[in-house]
Design a protein around this ligand. Structure first.
Ligand SMILES: [Cu+2]
Length: 153
């Protein structure tokens, strides 16, 4: 029997020491985190850094998590003092460059949370990249912050 390509791709994944980083080939995913949510809150944002060590642009195109019904990619911008959130088809990670997902900017959004995210816990999230493929990471839940972006819709 021949080994499937998917099996091979998963095999190159490695967790690097204590740094809470994930490596898929030359794509590095740093410190995936989310803010704790209030009970009954239906949505949460996930933030992380992406470093692309290859000569080709890669794109984050979506994801999956057991803790939520749906995972979307969003941007957030200030427009005349109003926060505006937009659904994105993909987030680009430039060749030999980096992309940062952070509160107030680009983020991954979880819809239909099945339970509140509790500080100190972590949950699995599978990220889909155009080139690097599927990468499974553990998202750490940080304390609820007063400056957390509002996600009303
Ligand atoms: Cu959002």
């Amino acid at each position: 029997m021949t080994r499937t390509l998917a099996g091979f791709c998963l095999a190159v994944l490695a967790v690097l020491g204590h740094a809470h980083e994930y490596e898929a080939g030359k794509l590095l995913i740093g410190h995936p985190w989310a803010r704790a949510t209030a009970s009954g809150a239906p949505v949460a944002g996930v933030f992380l850094t992406l470093e692309n060590g290859t000569g080709d642009t890669d794109r984050l195109t979506g994801g999956d998590s057991a803790v939520a019904q749906r995972v979307e990619l969003h941007s957030m911008t200030m427009d005349n003092g109003m926060m505006k959130m937009r659904h994105l088809e993909a987030i680009e990670v430039p060749a030999r460059g980096a992309q940062k997902l952070a509160p107030g900017g680009l983020h991954i959004m979880l819809f239909g949370l099945k339970a509140p995210l509790k500080e100190g816990e972590s949950f699995p999230l599978t990220l889909n990249f155009e080139r690097a493929g599927k990468v499974k990471v553990n998202v750490k839940v940080e304390p609820m912050g007063a400056t957390a972006p509002a996600h009303g819709n």
